[in-house]
Design a protein around this ligand. Structure first.
Ligand SMILES: NC(=O)CC[C@H](N)C(=O)O
Length: 254
């Protein structure tokens, strides 16, 4: 074809970037779990997939068209405020009803449950009811490096590393399945399980941020959110860091 007679171009519908919504950093941002959103965005953009991170604060409307929503850890009273604001806003429920994925860490995990208590208070607070779990004060605060065996949906084995820091101990009801089993640490409640999965909602205790330490978990969330497999993204330096963390956790007798 000569350049004077170019083929007609087909109009392209622009594809909207994948929306990763980070919920209430001012309340649920004290453990650096914001990094989970950065990791998710980076793992998409490094594969050539357009992605944006939207940070929402109380008072701002939660978008209902996100693909992945992230909740982080926070202080006792802040988590009650966050739970109330999420419930009043309602947008997270709408998004989940449209197929979004929710990944919640520590305080974020607890508020997704049926009920929780905070600090020394006996008052039972009603949670968002997105996970069939209940949280009460544990015998002692769970603090330190953890190592868990992730129950991957395809049955393959994978280790999760991170650190936990929580006074609440969480018990799973029949609708929630554990995310992992504990090799080192307390996990949900010292009884050998860690985290919970119920449909497209996943809760877990480890910080780190946990998705920077566990890229396979990050990709699992992204694949769920996008509804397709992602190509591998090799990062040898991360493998090296993971190996160090895993062997260090195994030296700890907690
Ligand atoms: N790290 C956290 O988010 C703490 C959550 C909660 N306040 C607890 O201590 O159980």
């Amino acid at each position: 074809m000569s350049s004077s007679n170019p083929a007609p171009s087909t109009p392209q519908t622009p594809i909207a970037p994948v929306k990763i919504v980070l919920v209430y950093q001012s309340l649920l941002g004290i453990y650096g779990d914001r990094g989970n959103a950065v990791v998710c965005r980076e793992r998409l953009t490094r594969r050539g997939i357009d992605a944006e991170m939207v940070v929402v604060e109380p008072g701002d409307e939660l978008p209902t068209d996100g693909q992945l929503y992230l909740l982080g850890g926070g202080e006792d009273m802040a988590q009650i405020s966050a739970m109330k604001a999420i419930r009043e806003d309602g947008g997270l429920f709408t998004a989940l009803g449209s197929g979004a994925v929710l990944f919640a860490v520590c305080a974020g995990y607890q508020i997704c449950g049926n009920t929780f208590t905070v600090g020394d208070r006996d008052e039972v607070v009603e949670g968002l009811g997105l996970l069939d779990v209940d949280t009460r004060r544990g015998t002692e605060r769970a603090v330190g490096e953890v190592l868990h065996r992730w129950n991957r949906p395809d049955g393959s084995a994978s280790l999760l590393t991170g650190f936990e820091n929580h006074g609440g101990y969480t018990t799973l009801g029949p609708k929630a399945a554990p995310l992992a089993s504990v090799e080192v640490g307390v996990g949900n409640n010292g009884q050998g399980t860690e985290g919970a999965v119920q449909g497209r909602v996943i809760g877990t205790y480890p910080h780190g941020p946990v998705l920077s330490r566990n890229p396979e978990l990050a990709d699992h969330l992204l694949e769920l959110a996008l509804g397709r497999e992602l190509e591998p993204l090799p990062m040898p330096e991360l493998d090296e860091l993971r190996a160090q963390r895993i062997s260090h956790a195994r030296t700890l007798s907690r």
